[in-house]
Design a protein around this ligand. Sequence first.
Ligand code: ADP
Length: 296
Amino acid sequence: DLLVVGSANADLVIGVERRPGAGETVLGSDLAVHPGGKGANQAVAAARLGARTALLARVGDDGHGRLLLDSQRAAGVDTVGVLVGGAPTGVALITVDPSGDNSIVVSPGANGRLTPQDVRAAASLFQASRVVSAQLEIPLETVVEAVRSLADGSRFVLNPSPPRPLPSEVLAACDPLIVNEHEAKVILGDSAVGETPEDWARILLAKGPRSVVVTLGAKGALVASAEGVTRVPSVKVDAVDTTGAGDAFAAALAWKLGAGSSLAEAAAYAARVGAAAVTKEGAQESFPTAAEVEAR
Ligand code: ADP
């Protein structure tokens, strides 16, 4: 089984002609409210593919929290680990201009109250999970506790987003660390970043993870481990909306690894899932079923 430890947000989206300046008010489109947050997205993406998936997260005792619980349950995610209360549900306030550019303000809310104690209280979920997948929209100490809570023989997958420097204890547990170009650069910090994605992958691997996956958008991905660096074939699609592609990729990869695939096989499958996710609008709404992945 797959356990996702991470964030759950309500995405509040308004289309605007242009963004307001300080002290200014502009009128926008009708409000659209979507379930989001990287943890919630990964759990839905995995469950839609057919993975037995549980989510460990925290939402508020409010309408947004109920929206998130409903979307998880509709996808078939086990929500016993979704804790309620302590702060309002996390929110992303998103304005989108006519050119499609986003401006986003995130209020972490309840995500910031998912504590190491919450992780310890979920020990039975960790014991039941072959793979644990996390991101960084929750406190870093909570991610550290998740690493310490892994069952013997289970695997930890991390997408360090939003990126920040990571303690060596977390880096050493990652198998793989999944980064895009921006995340790679932040994690590498002052170390020489090299010229090519292959260079980043090699330098990241030298920092301690057991394996590294670098995602390259339309150019696909590459995987790096002790066996070397290999390219994952990219999948050609007409991209409509790339929101959530990284979450779908990470979820698919984690599920396939748990099912026994090699890293290269799992990444090739994840690239097909990520590609499918960019052919539809939205995040969770765009995630494919396994049958839809096969049909492409
Ligand atoms: P993030 O959203 O985290 O920046 P990417 O944009 O690299 O991540 O997307 C994750 C994966 O989804 C990519 O490695 C690729 O496999 C797939 N993907 C993303 N955008 C496209 C695209 N335009 N065409 C095909 N595949 C894509």
